[in-house]
Write a protein that binds this ligand. Structure first.
Ligand code: FE2
Length: 235
C-alpha cells in the first residue's frame, strides 16, 4: 500500500521517486503499441539540427492527446497517480501535457540538464514519467541518470565548473514503472543501444507556476529557449 506522505517526503528530499509496477501492464502494452505505430522505427526529427547538436539531445517528442488519442487519458484519471501528485504539489496543481519521448537506436540520449530555470524554487515542472517498455543497461540503454538532491543546488554547473558526477545514480525503469522527478533535478539520459527507447511524460506543475515553465531549459553549455529555437546564452 502506498504511503503518499512518505513518498512526497522522499520526493522533496531527493528530487525524485521511482515506483515499480505502478501501472497495469495491459495498459502499458496498449500505449507502447500506439507509440510505435505513430513513430514507426525511423521517424524524422522535429527539433532543429542545431539544437540537437548543441544540446546533445536526441529525442523526438509526440503529444498523443493533441492527436486525439484518448486512451492516454487513463493515466491522467488514475486515482493513485492523481492523489500522489496532489500530495506532492498541493492544492491548485495542474496538468501541463502528455509528451512521448522517442529515441532511435544508436542515438545520444540527452546530455545533463535541468528542464527549466531555477531562479524561483517554487516554479518548476513535475515530470511524471511512465514506462511502457523495460529500460536496461544491457539491452536498450537509455537509463535515466540523475543526482539525488540536486534540485536544491541551484543552476547546473557549466563545463568549466566543478561537477560531481560520482554522486549520480542511474535508474532502469521497467514496463509499468512510474518515476516522478523535479524539473530542477540535474539529469541526463544514457545512450540508446537497443532498437528504440520510449518514455512518456505527464508533466504537471504546482499552482502559480507559469504554464510555459519548460520553454527554457538549462544545459551545461547553454540556456535554450524552445519557442524561439535560440540559445539565450552560452555558458
Ligand atoms: Fe529533462
Amino acid at each position: 500500500m502506498l504511503n503518499n506522505r512518505t513518498l512526497a517526503q522522499d520526493f522533496w528530499k531527493y528530487g525524485y521517486i521511482h515506483l515499480p509496477g505502478f501501472f497495469d501492464s495491459d495498459l502499458m502494452r496498449l500505449y507502447n503499441n500506439k507509440i510505435l505505430s505513430h513513430f514507426g522505427m525511423d521517424p524524422q526529427y522535429i527539433h532543429s539540427d542545431a539544437f540537437i547538436e548543441q544540446s546533445g539531445t536526441d529525442v523526438i517528442p509526440w503529444f498523443p492527446q493533441k492527436d486525439g488519442e484518448t486512451c492516454f487519458d487513463a493515466v491522467n484519471n488514475h486515482q493513485d497517480f492523481v492523489s500522489l501528485t496532489q500530495e506532492i504539489l498541493g492544492d491548485g496543481w495542474y496538468e501541463q501535457y502528455c509528451m512521448v519521448m522517442f529515441s532511435k537506436k544508436d542515438t545520444l540520449g540527452q546530455a545533463w540538464h535541468q528542464d527549466c530555470v531555477c531562479d524561483n524554487p517554487q516554479h518548476f515542472n513535475l515530470n511524471r514519467l511512465i514506462y511502457t517498455m523495460d529500460i536496461s543497461a544491457d539491452t536498450t540503454g537509455g537509463q535515466i541518470t540523475l543526482i539525488p538532491g540536486s534540485h536544491l543546488s541551484g543552476i547546473i554547473p557549466s563545463h568549466s565548473q566543478a561537477f560531481d558526477e560520482d554522486a549520480a545514480i542511474s535508474l532502469s525503469p521497467k514496463k509499468g514503472d512510474l518515476v516522478m522527478m523535479h524539473g530542477h533535478c540535474y539529469h541526463k539520459v544514457e545512450k540508446v543501444i537497443g532498437e528504440y527507447r520510449v518514455s512518456t511524460n505527464y508533466r504537471s506543475a504546482a499552482a502559480q507556476t507559469p504554464e510555459n515553465i519548460t520553454d527554457i531549459a538549462v544545459y551545461r553549455n547553454m540556456i535554450y529557449e524552445f519557442s524561439t529555437s535560440t540559445a539565450l546564452r552560452y555558458r
